[in-house]
Design a protein around this ligand. Structure first.
Ligand SMILES: [Zn+2]
Length: 154
């Protein structure tokens, strides 16, 4: 009895598919044929067997993308900054040395942070939405401010 509840027969699964498609316009994933009112678990156009599946809704990635672009920008400058540090040592500003120090440190930190964001995308998307956007705005503002500061002190 418990086993019957746990797994439905192929016929029951096919019936669920037929029921689902009775009043829905869904394209065959292979050939694009409209499967509305399908009578069996097989595409009448291309002949492939079909099944009903459950999927996740597409996660909203706007905050992650914003953070990624901001940190990729900082990390990209960071690679140039790293090369410059190796060749010429730590930079001297014409004025406001501490601003130069902070922005160079930020660019260099941008390299591993941008890489981590790319590898930890799923973890980022599991954070509460407000945290995602707070982090994204922080990254965008920091990168923008550092570029403005670079123009002013460079
Ligand atoms: Zn098909």
């Amino acid at each position: 009895m418990a086993d019957e509840m746990a797994t439905l027969s192929p016929a029951a699964n096919e019936q669920a598919l037929v029921d689902f498609l009775r009043e829905r316009d869904v394209e065959c994933p292979l050939c694009g044929y409209n499967l509305r009112q399908l009578q069996s678990a097989r595409c009448p156009e291309c002949g492939r067997e079909l099944e009903l599946r459950v999927g996740l809704t597409e996660p909203r990635q706007g905050a992650w993308l914003t953070a990624q672009i901001a940190m990729a920008g900082a990390g990209g400058i960071g690679l140039i900054a790293l090369l410059s540090c190796i060749l010429n040592g730590w930079p001297n500003a014409r004025r406001f040395q501490w601003v130069m120090n902070v922005q160079f440190a930020y660019y260099l930190a941008g390299i591993p942070v941008a890489a981590a964001l790319l590898w930890q995308r799923r973890r980022y998307l599991r954070m509460p939405r407000e945290w995602q956007w707070a982090a994204a705005w922080l990254a965008a503002i920091a990168t923008f401010a550092s570029i403005v500061a670079f123009v002013l002190t460079g």
